[in-house]
Design a protein around this ligand. Structure first.
Ligand SMILES: [Zn+2]
Length: 488
């Protein structure tokens, strides 16, 4: 009971803190701790760890993501993890953490970020704490109003595991190299489908916008063995549906598992000789403990191309293999550098809220009620000119498209479900088609898209100043040449 009441009071405290912050016009945290004008980096160090956060098989905790499930989980299909990568440039240290859970509730973010700062010395602005949006995992306490005491106990265990993963990763820091690259995977599809019966609702819309980019950031030891890979792709981890009561990392877990097994290089798992040269395991890269940390991109309106019924997990492994293979191919072509300069900053933006009037969903006509303002936490963590753009919610894909166009940087990885949970974050145009994401969003139209894009672009400009402007102009010129062909 004491754990529960102290948790409740810490959640109350974070709520009060949030309310206090609401009245400040512009919010930047921790700038004093690690100022932007600090030295321009040095030699990069990296370390990684993963901690098993699978609950006991008979714990029967509530699951999250499908309202239809009223019972707790009934067993474990595959284990779920908290994965951490810690980076240092000598002056500054940052941590990137991914939970194989559905989200990071705002109150949990407050608690964990404060604990991480206190217990590992990494300030909140240098922490990216993301969930993979796994719908086959225990529900965190506070997620979608979950107030189960059993979930509170479990969430505390996940918090402990997070601090432990960061501590272990930090202890294993070693001189490292970093690089990034992108490829394509045809595993996601826009899920906002129109029908005359339901209007816009959940479905399969291969004409709708969908970004096939799979991004990888690679962290190697100096000799070239991978320490960790950060994988980013825009898809809901929902191959398994509401009929599944087995705990699983779903698509995110299957992708990480494939990549981690791949680098172990065991002959029985090796790709076929005719699977392509880029997929052949290079002996000098094999390692027992590579950490493949999966993060979700702008996946608010993106589902897997195929969904499973019941408890048939074969499609999870299939799609995870396709994503994992592309991650490995991308990683193999990445050029790395030993230089590291780390910079982080976060900003809380606030948009007016609304909620749909009670009634069946979907329906022909929607009316809206006034509701609380929605806070969205934006985080920018840069390592050299690689930018992790964290957003605390389910970003629809066109917001990322606009960010890519307007960003002063070329190498951006948007990490969603990061550092809090603001729900669905649709682009302005999407509000005109009331799909599931719009009906359940807590936002009024007309604010979030610009708030997210401008907020992140401003953070990039704050870090890079005029240099960033130069990069963007150069890129615009290059892409203009690409469209028009070579100048004569
Ligand atoms: Zn979702």
């Amino acid at each position: 009971m004491s754990i529960l009441s102290s948790r409740a009071s810490s959640i109350r405290a974070s709520f009060l803190l949030n309310m206090a912050l609401l009245f400040a016009p512009s919010l930047f945290f921790g700038a004093e701790l690690q100022p932007a004008q600090a030295a321009e980096g040095g030699a990069l160090q990296a370390g990684a760890a993963k901690i098993d956060i699978t609950p006991a098989s008979d714990a029967a905790l509530p699951m999250s993501g499908y309202a239809s499930r009223k019972e707790g989980f009934q067993g474990i299909h595959d284990h779920i993890y908290a994965r951490a990568v810690v980076l240092s440039d000598g002056a500054r240290t940052a941590a990137i953490v991914a939970w194989e859970l559905i989200g990071v509730p705002d109150g949990v973010w407050e608690t964990v970020s404060q604990r991480v700062a206190k217990e590992t010395g990494i300030p909140a602005e240098y922490l990216v704490l993301a969930a993979v949006h796994d719908h086959s995992a225990p529900a965190p306490f506070g997620m979608y109003g979950n107030d189960s005491p059993k979930s509170a106990v479990y969430t505390k265990q996940v918090e402990d595991a997070t601090v432990e993963a960061i501590r272990k990763a930090k202890q294993s820091l070693q001189p490292a190299k970093i690089g990034t690259g992108t490829g394509k995977a045809y595993v996601n599809v826009n899920r906002r489908e129109y029908s005359s019966e339901d209007g816009w609702w959940l479905g399969y819309n291969d004409k709708g916008p969908s970004d096939k980019t799979l991004a990888v950031i690679r962290f190697d030891a100096l000799a070239g063995k991978p320490i960790a890979l950060l994988i980013n792709y825009a898809v809901h981890a929902v191959v398994m549906g509401g009929e599944n009561y087995q705990v699983s990392g779903d698509l995110a877990g299957a992708t990480s598992r494939y990549v981690e097994n791949y680098y172990r290089g065991s002959p029985e798992d090796a790709p076929r000789s005719d699977a392509g040269r880029a997929l052949q395991v290079r002996p000098e890269e094999t390692s027992e403990n590579v950490v493949a940390l999966w993060t979700s991109g702008a996946a608010g309106d993106q589902n897997p191309v195929s969904l499973a019924r019941g408890s048939d997990f074969s499609m999870v492994d299939t799609l995870g293999k396709i994503l994992g293979e592309e991650a490995v191919r991308v990683a193999g072509a990445i050029h790395t550098t030993e230089h590291g300069h780390i910079w982080g900053k976060q900003q809380l933006v606030t948009c007016p809220g609304r909620k749909v009037e009670p009634g069946p969903l979907p329906r022909k006509e929607y009316k809206w009620e006034e509701s609380d303002a929605v806070h969205i936490r934006l985080g920018l963590l840069t390592i050299n000119d690689i930018a992790l753009a964290g957003v605390s919610g389910e970003v629809l894909t066109m917001i990322q498209e606009r960010l890519k166009k307007e960003s002063p940087l070329n190498r951006i990885v948007m990490v969603t479900h990061a550092n809090g949970s603001s729900g669905y974050l649709p682009d302005d145009a999407a509000f005109g088609q009331v799909s599931y994401e719009i009906a359940t969003s807590r936002l009024k139209p007309g604010c979030a898209e610009s708030a997210i894009v401008n907020g992140l672009v401003n953070l990039m400009k704050e870090r890079f100043g005029e240099k960033a402007e130069g990069r963007r102009q150069k890129r615009t010129r290059q892409s203009a040449e690409g469209v028009c062909g070579k100048k004569s």
